[in-house]
Design a protein around this ligand. Structure first.
Ligand code: NAP
Length: 294
């Protein structure tokens, strides 16, 4: 299939490019090659390339910055997908748009997971823009897949695991304090790219949850990850109240991949398995990066 990949240089975009290029013809476009906020440029690219599938990995992902940089967040997370949806409809292409667990309010009792059919209720501006981006795609493009994921990590870009490594290899006199009352499913960008590959071949559509199996808190994730890296360092569990941030986060953002399972195409595995594999493959480079970054 001919695929346009937007946001191709981000954490997920890089993995999608590497993986999907093995079986498809992928035009990987970073923000410098295609600004998805620019409707005319989006139409021109889609007209020119005439893809079967458009994948949107581009987004304003800095959750706290979304609270203060609202116009930029809206333009990228709502207008961008709307432009892609209109262009995809015009060419009868399938649009795969990536969304987030933060569209939910997190009030379900832990560990009851959110299903695709559950009502949304974002508690942050980021979550609101991700929800409105989803709605734009639903309204504008009949052939779509909305893929909600969570707590992404990968080799490219910044993420929670890299932050933990930087702290852990940094000043030993400073304890690492990590929130222990938010629950979710850490998801490896490479595994999600595999899932997107399976979705492309499924010929289906609609909204999907795609996160690792199982769940944990940020604290539990930090402890497990550092263990897999062979790093001994004290990590202190703290509450959300002890770590104030500009944006509120849902307490429970555990997602169930119910539609993937119903359709027999769930490739996601337990989060611990993927964190171990990630550390095994990327560990040395991650440590060099963490040390170099200081
Ligand atoms: N990260 C998470 O924990 C998480 C959790 C749940 C859901 N998600 C969703 O998963 C998707 C992928 O996230 P990610 O972590 O891979 O994001 P990321 O690493 O922040 O990558 C986002 C990409 O968007 C590109 N971009 C920025 N402005 C653009 C524009 N105007 N036009 C085109 N591209 C633009 C960026 O390019 P430049 O670098 O050139 O600016 C960057 O490569 C997003 O939809 C996100 O909302 C992420």
């Amino acid at each position: 299939m001919k695929i346009i990949l937007c946001g191709a240089k981000g954490q997920l975009g890089t993995e999608c490019n590497g993986l999907l290029s093995q079986n498809h013809s992928v035009r990987a476009l970073g923000s410098g090659e295609l600004d998805i906020r620019d409707g005319k440029a989006v139409f021109a690219a889609v007209e020119d390339i005439n893809p079967d599938v458009i994948i949107n990995c581009a987004a304003f992902t800095r959750v706290d910055a979304c609270e203060t940089e609202r116009e930029s967040a809206y333009a990228l997370n709502v207008k961008g997908p709307e432009n892609l949806a209109r262009a995809a409809k015009e060419r009868d292409a399938l649009l795969i748009h990536i969304s987030s667990d933060y569209v939910f309010d997190g009030k379900k009792e832990v560990p009851v997971p959110y299903l695709e059919s559950d009502p949304t209720g974002p508690v942050s501006f980021y979550g609101r823009t991700k929800w409105e981006g989803e709605e734009a795609v639903r309204n504008e493009c009949p052939r779509h897949m909305i893929v909600r994921t969570a707590w992404l990590y990968g080799e490219r870009g910044g993420n929670f695991l890299k932050t933990m490594l930087r702290l852990a290899t940094g000043r030993p006199d400073q304890p690492i304090r990590v929130v222990n009352d938010q629950y979710g499913s850490p998801t490896w960008a490479r595994r999600l790219a595999m899932q997107i590959g399976a979705l492309i071949m499924s010929g289906k559509g609609g909204t999907y949850h795609a996160t690792s199996e199982g769940w944990c808190t940020w604290y539990e994730l930090a402890v497990f990850f550092l263990e897999t890296m062979g790093i001994r360092r004290e990590v202190l569990p703290i509450s959300t109240n002890e770590y104030p941030t500009a944006a509120r986060r849902p307490k429970n953002s555990i997602l169930e991949n119910s539609r993937l399972k119903e359709e027999g195409i769930n490739v996601m595995v337990d989060w611990r398995e993927d964190v171990m594999e990630f550390s095994r493959r990327a560990g040395k480079l991650l440590i060099l990066e963490a040390q170099g970054g200081r």
